[in-house]
Design a protein around this ligand. Structure first.
Ligand code: DGT
Ligand code: CA
Ligand code: CA
Ligand code: ZN
Length: 569
């Protein structure tokens, strides 16, 4: 039934796009209707197509039938490509906002360059939307209400928050009832940067009792469902947590199923079918015989696959690699020798260098890079040459005191609006490692400026290369593929900034960087001692980007790290 949903979505998008462009209402209505018919259809559209009976469906006329046929044969639909060309998805998404019609949106796009939700909120706040012809305060007020609803429906949690909530629920359950096995599942277990709802899986005899305990979790705001095998609650801040209870003999297959992703599961089920087996959350079966179910590893094994770590389960080629026994050996926490992006109270952090080095030592690190902001980052109390020298003295002094860990002298220099850096090479060459980052002029030739910075032999790392903030900012106007290419050419390292609201580069870009032969440097961008613990989000994201120890410079010893710098070669 996968194609039913795909086609419904495509027709919905065509309708959105046509509406946005101000097309004839009847056409728009016809596409919306086709979308609804497909969405609600209980039979598989592929079967109906094979039987040549598309036009017998009520609500599907000859024109639409032809398009369905085109899509099912070729995997493409010309009309869709035509209609949505030049209109970004982020813009069409906004049509789901109540009280914001396509005409208004088109006008806001044309006159105020609104392309996404962030833009829309900006033009509401600065009053320019209200000043458009036929708008006014009242209408804008209604749109604002629509945005609130839209956000509530589309809200996703940060990975950090989701981990925190899941951890406290799991600890509470373990403390309160006896459980054999318990684990988070879903997107949280796969380590996605944002999580829609939290899924937890457990085993246990007395299901009703476990659910009762679950729904009495102290931070519960509302109970959505409470049965013998499934419970669903809303906790503080409107976050949904689902708990499922399965028999021990099905724990592995259920964990596999509820970890997802959906696309990964679909492919896995097909492989089972090809082998004459049936895979579900209850187990892997051949006829009535259960081939695997208790352990997740066994499910993969019985399908002829190597075990696939949850972070890879996105149907991005991991199943094919597992068949060929060619999965990457993903990086782990224990491979990391140090943190390569840390701020101290010399710029905008509240931690002293001594506190930071103690924290690094506690984590078992061999080195940490002290990388404060440079002089032009005034908002962050950036360092001028005099204070930089003072910091070096302190680092030298502490390096004598702490012998198990080495503090490296670094700096996060600003890439200025003209592509220059705010310290000369004469200064930079005395540093162990230099990070260069964009903190200003987000729309001004960012790609060129970053490439110019990479030309500098003393710039080792480009910090947070796209500049996005997951919760609130799309990032600079940067051609990340050009940046990756040029990083490979100049042998500059790109950062994986592990701060949970950045995770920049993201999983997809990390993989592209790896394939281009670019080395990755992971830094927490800690602005306090607690920040050092964000390394875990970095590792998870690195794993989602298929990174192996050899792809990440934090796995080097301090000597190798310094030897591998651009300037040594
Ligand atoms: P989220 O919550 O939006 O961040 O994403 P997930 O992946 O956690 O999705 P969710 O919570 O809807 O479902 C959890 C997992 O359960 C999902 O990754 C795969 C599995 N699952 C749920 N519904 C279906 C389904 O209809 N078909 C298949 N094959 N798997 C499903
Ligand atoms: Ca989920
Ligand atoms: Ca769920
Ligand atoms: Zn920065």
């Amino acid at each position: 039934m996968k194609k039913n949903k795909e086609l419904a979505r495509i027709f919905e998008r065509i309708a959105d796009a046509l509406e946005f462009k101000g097309a004839n209402v009847f056409k728009v209505v016809a596409y919306r209707k086709a979308a609804r018919v497909l969405d609600e259809l209980t039979r598989d559209i592929e079967e109906i197509h094979r039987a040549g009976k598309l036009q017998e469906l009520s609500g599907i006329g000859a024109g639409i039938a032809k398009k369905i046929d085109e899509y099912l044969r070729t995997g493409k639909m010309k009309k869709y490509e035509e209609a949505t060309k030049d209109i970004p998805d982020s813009l069409l998404d906004l049509l789901d906002i109540q009280n914001l019609g396509p005409k208004t949106l088109a006008l806001a796009n044309k006159k105020l360059n609104v392309k996404n939700l962030v833009d829309l909120k900006r033009v509401i706040k600065n009053g320019t939307l209200a000043k458009l012809p036929q708008m006014g305060e009242k209408k804008v007020e209604n749109i604002k209400k629509g945005i609130e609803l839209f956000e509530r429906a589309h809200q996703r949690l940060s990975l950090a928050r989701a981990r925190e909530i899941a951890f406290s629920v799991v600890e509470y359950l373990k403390r309160t009832v006896k459980l054999k096995e318990i684990s988070p599942a879903g997107s949280l277990r796969r380590g996605r940067e944002t999580v829609g709802d939290i899924d937890i899986l457990t085993t246990g005899k007395d299901g009703a009792r476990i659910i009762e305990v679950f729904t009495s979790f102290p931070q519960t705001e509302r109970i959505l469902a409470a049965g013998d095998t499934k419970g669903s609650i809303i906790v503080e801040g409107g976050v949904q947590v689902d708990l499922r209870i399965v028999p021990l003999k099905s724990y592995g297959s259920a964990l596999q199923y509820f970890t997802g992703s959906k696309a990964h599961n679909v492919k896995l089920r097909n492989i089972a079918r090809q082998r004459g087996m049936k895979l579900s959350e209850y187990g892997l079966f051949k006829g009535r015989r259960m081939c695997a179910g208790k352990r997740e590893e066994d499910v993969y094994k019985a399908l002829g696959l190597d075990y696939i770590p949850p972070e890879l389960r996105e149907d991005r080629g991991e199943i094919e690699k597992a068949q060929m026994h060619k999965l990457p050996r993903l990086i782990e926490k224990k491979d990391i020798h140090g943190d390569l992006h840390i701020h101290s109270n010399y710029s905008d952090s509240n931690a002293t260098i001594e506190q930071l080095v103690r924290a690094g030592e506690e984590l078992g690190y061999e080195y940490i890079l002290i990388s404060d902001h440079s002089v032009s980052a005034r908002y962050a109390h950036g360092l001028d040459l005099k204070r930089l020298h003072k910091q070096w003295e302190e680092i030298d002094r502490l390096n004598k005191k702490f012998t198990r860990i080495k503090m490296l002298k670094g700096l996060e220099v600003d890439i200025l609006k003209d592509g220059k850096l705010d310290f000369s090479d004469e200064v930079l060459k005395n540093l162990d490692l230099v990070i260069a980052s964009v903190h200003q002029g987000f729309t001004r030739n960012v790609t060129e400026r970053i490439c110019a910075a990479m030309d500098n032999p003393y710039v080792d790392i480009i910090g947070h290369p796209t500049g996005r903030l997951i919760s609130s900012r799309e990032g600079y106007q940067v051609d990340i593929h050009k940046v990756i290419e040029y990083a490979a050419e100049t042998r500059t390292w790109l950062e994986l900034n592990a701060y949970w609201d950045r995770l920049d580069l993201n999983d997809v870009n990390l993989r592209a960087a790896k394939e281009a032969g670019v080395k990755i440097s992971i830094g927490t961008d800690a602005h306090g001692v607690e920040g050092l613990s964000w390394m875990g989000y970095g590792i998870t994201t690195a794993r989602r980007g298929w990174l192996e120890p050899g792809d990440v410079v934090n796995t080097y010893t301090v000597n190798k790290l310094l030897r591998m710098r651009k300037r040594q070669r």
